[in-house]
Design a protein around this ligand. Structure first.
Ligand SMILES: [Zn+2]
Length: 222
């Protein structure tokens, strides 16, 4: 899932005019950013299954970036860092609101991933939590697109009410991400290597956040 995470961030942006959309995008993708860094470092593992061409999803061994305890700790850490960083820039109420929204963006990643990822077996005989919606791919795509464009519609209504510019830029970014996500879930061939997926996914997640945080994101405040 990629576009759906941005949809959650866009929906959360509606609750705070000041908070930069780029930070919310980064928060909603933080667990994937950590995953791909850990995969490149050889700490977490991703495999390309033999039946990728029919199933269109990878298998993950990602206890440090994606488990429930890791998600809770990451969300709390995000809130703490936000409170510290914003100490001099915002009053108490705005700081707490930003901290809560960024923590919610981080934790939303876990919730959405649980819906689509299959439960992965663990060495101790247990398995990760996962409802496996990717095994019903048309439904998974419909839900991800609903999330993405539902979030975009919510954000857009707030942005136009406040007379913001830059709306078109955010819409183009989200449409491109949604198109790439659906392509990956349907017709894209198996990736050439795990390293290639890790590098591409890491750059894509950071680029989407940076674009939203740039002039497009700033103009999109509202
Ligand atoms: Zn993820």
């Amino acid at each position: 899932m990629w576009a759906g995470h941005l949809g959650a961030a866009l929906a959360l942006k509606r609750a705070d005019r000041e908070l930069d959309l780029g930070w919310l995008f980064l928060g909603a993708q933080l667990q994937d950013v950590i995953l791909w860094v850990l995969v490149l470092a050889g700490v977490e593992h991703v495999t390309i299954p033999a039946d990728y061409a029919t199933r269109h999803y990878l298998h993950f061994d990602f206890p440090y970036s994606h488990s429930l305890p890791a998600s809770v700790v990451l969300a709390l850490l995000t809130a703490m860092v936000t409170l510290l960083v914003a100490r001099r820039r915002a009053d108490g109420r705005r700081r707490w609101r930003a901290a809560g929204l960024l923590a919610a963006a981080v934790f939303s990643h876990f919730v959405l991933d649980v819906i689509v990822h299959p439960a992965e077996p663990l060495p101790d005989g247990n398995s990760t939590i996962g409802m496996g919606l990717w095994d019903a791919m048309p439904l998974a795509i419909a839900i991800e697109l609903a999330l993405t464009f539902g979030g975009l519609a919510l954000w857009r209504r707030g942005a136009s009410r406040n007379g913001c510019g830059g709306i078109r830029g955010v819409i183009v970014l989200v449409v491109v991400v949604a198109a790439l996500t659906v392509t990956g879930m349907t017709v894209a061939p198996a990736p050439s290597s795990v390293r290639a997926v890790a590098v591409t996914s890491l750059i894509s997640a950071l680029a989407a956040s940076a674009i939203a945080a740039s002039s497009i994101g700033r103009l999109g405040r509202g």
